[in-house]
Design a protein. Structure first.
Length: 401
């Protein structure tokens, strides 16, 4: 079966105009699709989130912090944190086995689905396999982690050195690093080096405190930095030196962080980057949410590109002839189709009947009058939350009214 579209972005340097892409796995798509005024992309990858933390609104204020560890303490007194406590209280164990914690994590997954992502890295202690297998998209299971070097693995897990050893260089080793502008966060990279924790599979989250020569070292070691610009703006009023990353050729990926500090989804994150960093080429941003992320997270070659497989696909309205600028301007309403393992996850309702799926597994709704579908019943998650609230709780990343 084939999907015909105006533009098909196979990868950063392979773009087809007025062409089609052949779906080699025909177990789901039952007919050729002609999708008018559309651009086809690899599905996006969110390289940093905390799924359980996607409560809303953000637990922020006008105050800016010199490091995020100070915000973590202040957050516990914020109205948003207290509001979440009405539903779920974080007891510090970070084992997501209860119905309430799993409900929050599922809400976080839908945040990513409505944001055009079929992969998200949930930065938390490693969970049981049943947790990762329960979601309609890929929540990365194969990784090792440390919360941060100053705070250690307070939320669960082994020491940073033990976690890195367990990765065996084959899965990512993920750690918050340099999330601030003070001497404490400024010293974290030196600590990382002295503890021999910088490897090709190391992913450093935030990196606001990184200096130009630090980034050069990261690049030479083939490691990765994860850029979370909206979260950094909200908490710190400062940003990672993205220009230095590009100058040195460091691998950069993008994360939304949770909505307690960051963006509603990747679409909003890209819009923020476009408005705040207009000199960053959209082609570079595209790589950060596709091929760079697939490399950093050690994903199979079916992710981050359409050259080898077509199972992870995002099809958007063509609102700008430049496909990379188009991605920077898109939002949930512009998603025509989002496929994961060739299965439709989210998109325009008119296309659902072209797939061999059980329609009862989907929810039909509309965004500003445009008929949509999404897999599952996210509205039931919101309804369950509201059985514990004393007002009607909504989440702006769930566009079902």
């Amino acid at each position: 079966m084939k999907i015909f579209a105006d533009t098909i972005v196979l990868s950063i340097d392979k773009i087809r105009k007025d062409s089609c892409i052949e779906i080699t796995d025909t177990s789901c798509l039952t007919t050729d699709l002609l999708i008018d005024k559309a651009i086809v992309y690899p599905a996006m990858i969110n390289s940093h989130d905390h799924l359980v933390g996607n409560w809303y609104p953000p637990a922020i204020s006008e105050k800016k912090y010199v490091n995020s560890h100070l915000w973590v303490e202040d957050m516990k007194g914020h109205d948003t944190y207290k509001d979440r406590n009405k539903f779920w209280i974080n007891d510090g164990t970070f084992v997501f086995s209860t119905k309430k914690s799993q409900t929050l994590c599922n809400l976080g997954v839908y945040k990513n689905i409505f944001g055009g992502s079929t992969v998200v890295q949930d930065h938390a202690p490693n969970q049981d396999d049943s947790y990762y297998n329960s979601f309609p998209i890929k929540v990365l299971k194969e990784y090792r982690q440390c919360h941060s070097l100053p705070m250690g693995n307070w939320w669960g897990g082994k020491t940073a050195e033990e976690e890195l050893e367990l990765s065996r260089g084959k899965v990512p080793f993920i750690v918050h690093l340099g999330e601030g502008t003070d001497d404490i966060t400024g010293s974290e990279f030196g600590d990382l080096i002295s503890r021999d924790l910088l490897k090709e599979n190391t992913i450093l989250i935030h990196g606001v405190a990184l200096k130009d020569n630090d980034i050069d070292v990261i690049s030479k070691n083939g490691a990765t930095v994860c850029w979370c610009p909206k979260s950094n703006e909200n908490l710190l009023g400062a940003h990672m030196n993205i220009e230095s990353c590009l100058k040195h050729g460091a691998r950069v990926v993008i994360g939304t962080d949770s909505t307690l500090s960051g963006s509603i989804n990747l679409f909003k994150e890209l819009q923020f980057i476009k408005s705040t960093f207009p000199n960053i080429a959209p082609q570079e941003v595209f790589k950060m949410v596709t091929s760079n992320a697939a490399e950093a997270l050690k994903l199979p070659n079916s992710y981050g590109t359409l050259e080898h497989s077509q199972g992870e696909m995002l099809i958007l309205d063509s609102i700008n002839e430049d496909p990379f600028e188009n991605l920077m301007q898109a939002d949930s309403i512009n998603v025509k189709l989002l496929l994961h393992h060739n299965k439709p996850i989210f998109g325009d309702a008119e296309f659902l009947n072209s797939f061999a799926v059980n329609s009862s597994e989907y929810t039909l709704f509309d965004i500003d009058g445009r008929a949509k579908f999404v897999i599952g019943k996210p509205q039931d998650l919101v309804a369950y939350v509201n059985t514990f609230m004393d007002y009607t709780k909504t989440f702006p990343y769930i566009p079902i009214k």
